[in-house]
Design a protein around this ligand. Structure first.
Ligand SMILES: *Cc1c(COP(=O)(O)O)cnc(C)c1O
Ligand code: SF4
Length: 357
């Protein structure tokens, strides 16, 4: 996510694109092998979970538009034969995605307006966001990356040079955010090179990583990753993305411990999703489970209005009521900030709780 639910309308230069996710030879790191074994067909997902066909609206054309992809360890966290499982609903292509809804579009945030060089978004003061790769380990149905125009990308260009030049030329920047797609679906070799180039830019102070991998593929947090992330003068920060307390299992807790043990602060962002986490008990449990694992709740995002995701939308009034309930049930430090991204705004917009019934 993202940004939370990262975007990628803009064209990425060639060297930012290839994810190396298809590397499966024996010397590949464990996480790349797990990634290569992800579930990618409706039939397989169906069999793994013992779903009865009449319960799911298999939408082959939704799948063709934005293919199913989900790591096996994430599938194992889903309940058997439960078509309403909140983890399953995040990844299952359905016929509902094919309905066009007024107010929804393929680029709801007009991110293309903020592209300063291929793959680099500079929207907010002090921070620039680098789309390291278009690839993800999991395909979340509500993501606005789903309309990524893969076919438009022709290998060309000079990789990160242009982006690095831009960052080096703007002394107001103190932080670079690695995003995507999921930046951690790129190889450590590539990421280490990038981190070291960024560290050589004197005005940068922090390196932030926005990723869902520690949650959906926790073996990604290995010593090689910790090596480049903590191996430069830049202060690392990681923002993970989880939406439901059942996503956090022992392997995820271990991955977070490794990050924290290496001195990396870990924050979480959540997308508010109808039928998945739009109730106070789920959100409360999520904050508590995350905190116990060593993660600080950060943002609760109102979903971006991307084509195909209207059935996940929670209206703003309900969201504002929910956050007020949450504030009454949790200590302040466990309540994520409710935000919406608005095209052209200089920061994510904070949404106030609705305190009247
Ligand atoms: C979300 C986002 C950021 C980071 O915003 P924070 O409020 O600092 O978390 C930076 N750049 C872009 C383009 C973003 O979408
Ligand atoms: S991990 Fe999911 S939400 Fe994040 S960019 Fe990939 S598909 Fe989108």
């Amino acid at each position: 996510m993202i940004t939370r639910t990262p975007s990628s309308r803009p064209t990425l230069p060639a060297s930012l694109r290839d994810s190396e996710v298809s590397t499966t030879h024996n010397s590949a790191p464990l996480w790349q092998q797990s990634l290569a074994q992800a579930v990618k067909t409706l039939g397989e997902l169906h069999d793994e979970l013992g779903l009865e066909t009449q319960h799911i609206h298999l939408a082959e054309s939704a799948h063709r538009d934005f293919p199913l992809r989900v790591p096996r360890s994430f599938v194992r966290r889903m309940r058997h034969n439960d078509p309403q499982d909140p983890l399953l609903l995040q990844v299952l292509p359905t016929a509902e995605e094919l309905h066009a809804t007024p107010g929804y579009s393929v680029d709801p945030l007009r991110e293309s307006d903020s592209v300063v060089t291929p793959g680099l978004l500079h929207k907010y003061r002090g921070r620039a966001l680098l789309m390291v790769t278009g690839a993800c380990a999991i395909h979340c149905r509500y993501c606005f990356r789903r309309h990524f125009p893969y076919a438009d990308h022709h290998p060309s260009g000079d990789g990160w040079d242009q982006a690095l030049q831009y960052i080096a030329g703007d002394a107001t920047l103190s932080e670079v955010i690695l995003s995507g797609g999921d930046p951690l679906s790129a190889s450590d070799h590539k990421l280490a090179r990038l981190a070291s180039s960024l560290a050589s830019i004197p005005h940068l102070r922090r390196l932030r990583v926005h990723t869902r991998l520690p949650v959906v593929l926790p073996e990604r947090v290995d010593s090689s990753l910790l090596g480049w992330l903590t191996g430069s003068r830049l202060k690392p920060v990681m923002v993970i993305h989880s939406n439901h307390p059942r996503e956090i299992d022992d392997a995820v807790r271990d991955a977070i411990s490794r990050l924290r043990g290496a001195g990396i602060p870990v924050l979480n962002q959540t997308v508010l999703l109808a039928g998945i986490n739009d109730d106070v008990s789920t959100l409360r449990a999520l904050s508590e489970v995350l905190f116990e694992a060593g993660v600080q709740p950060y943002y609760l995002h109102l979903m971006d209005r991307v084509d195909g995701a209207a059935h996940f939308e929670v209206d703003e009034t309900s969201a504002r009521r929910l956050i007020w309930q949450l504030m009454q049930e949790l200590p302040g430090y466990l309540v994520p900030k409710l935000v919406r991204e608005v095209a052209g705004a200089p920061a994510k917009l904070s949404i106030a709780p609705l305190t009247t019934p």
